[in-house]
Design a protein around this ligand. Sequence first.
Ligand code: FAD
Length: 299
Amino acid sequence: TKVVDRIPGDRPVFSVEFMPPRDDADELRLWNSIRSLEGLDPAFVSVTYGAGGSGRDRTIRTTGRVVTETTLVSMAHLTAVDHSVAELRNVIGWYASLGIRNVLALRGDPPGDPNGEWVRHPEGLNYAEELVRLVRSLGDFCVGVSAFPYGHPRSADLDTDTRYLVSKLRAGADFAIAQLFFEAEDFLRLRDRVAAAGCETVLLPGVMPLTTPRILSKTVELSGEEVPAALVARMDRFTGDPKAFREEGMNVTTELCERLLAEGVPSLHFYTFNRAKATKEIVVDRLGLVPGRKAQPVA
Ligand code: FAD
């Protein structure tokens, strides 16, 4: 099953992202999360691609297990980091042989320092766009790419960023998933820029439930944007009280999701860090996105 076929458009759905487990305890946590989400019928689950070696094997293994051992639709991430084209073909072949039909094609960051200089593998690829073409050329895959609401950190300006994004989408991407952002408008402006360029590819917002102050720092790190003053003011008074911080953070996330859904976003993509509890709370109890599961009124 392809990811695009899991996003019906007439009712909002959600998807979840996991990371390859680092150790046995993480593996247990991951599989508990996967099992607990299975009954909620997410549109798809994706597994990120590690920066190197064993992490990559664990991505392939985990994504394969999702296909063979669960009822979930699986999407594997793939990056061009330190890979020759021959190796990339090999990994894509592995994915295909495991029955994986969905690939998120990424350039990736330089290993070690993500802000360091990007060095292409001598026999590899330079941009995600080339990987989109490669995956497409190797089979009947549904291909996703990444998008950046504030522009990719390496982009000179938003216009250039939009131009390259649209070019990547037109190279054969079926959808894009956005990096973390703080306010719904930030995502909606990205969507407007892409639409204004005449591109109709579906864009999915990436959401991470705001359960701890660390999630805020992570969002700053990944988005390249500072926390908006209004959000700082809203959350600051709870920094010494983890329970109250979580409650208010979940309210913030719920409001963000509600605004995105009101703007016609067909699906929400949740970054989980291999923990499902907060995502379940948002999609079931707060947004009521899962048919047959009763949404609890939010206090
Ligand atoms: P690209 O689209 O190739 O863009 C990279 C830069 O080059 C941008 O600045 C772009 O504007 C510019 N550019 C693009 N085309 C051209 C061109 N033709 N000429 C000149 N400049 C150009 N990383 C991982 O390691 N593993 C993962 O699993 C992973 N999953 C992710 C999932 C999502 C949803 C997101 C948003 C990010 C993910 N990342 C992952 C991080 C991602 O790999 C990095 O953010 C990386 O820096 C950008 O990858 P990209 O595919 O967007 O690159």
